[in-house]
Ligand binder design. Sequence first.
Ligand code: SF4
Length: 104
Amino acid sequence: MAAIEAMAWTSSNLERGETWRDHAACSGRTNLFFPPRAERPQARARREAQARLLCAICPVQVPCREFARANHEYGFWGGESEEDRHLLGYTVAAPIGIRARHGR
Ligand code: SF4
């Protein structure tokens, strides 16, 4: 299903003046994608698992992921946490997950 929906995002969307954000499956679900203050590691893992499920069916996962990687974003974007991006070489200033896990 995700592959079919992902194919729906094409250059024709751009021609209509739409952006990938107009098709975000997470609209209104910001709480799943950015951590609250002092979030514990177990709560973070649960929150990110829910976010990952939503990203998996999102029609704009690829442009969302590319945006986050290019802009060194915090939070969960395109199926990736900032820690995932950091480990892939798309560094953010201070990856929150890594700091929490290693006490930095
Ligand atoms: S891929 Fe995930 S974070 Fe990006 S717009 Fe879709 S649901 Fe939101």
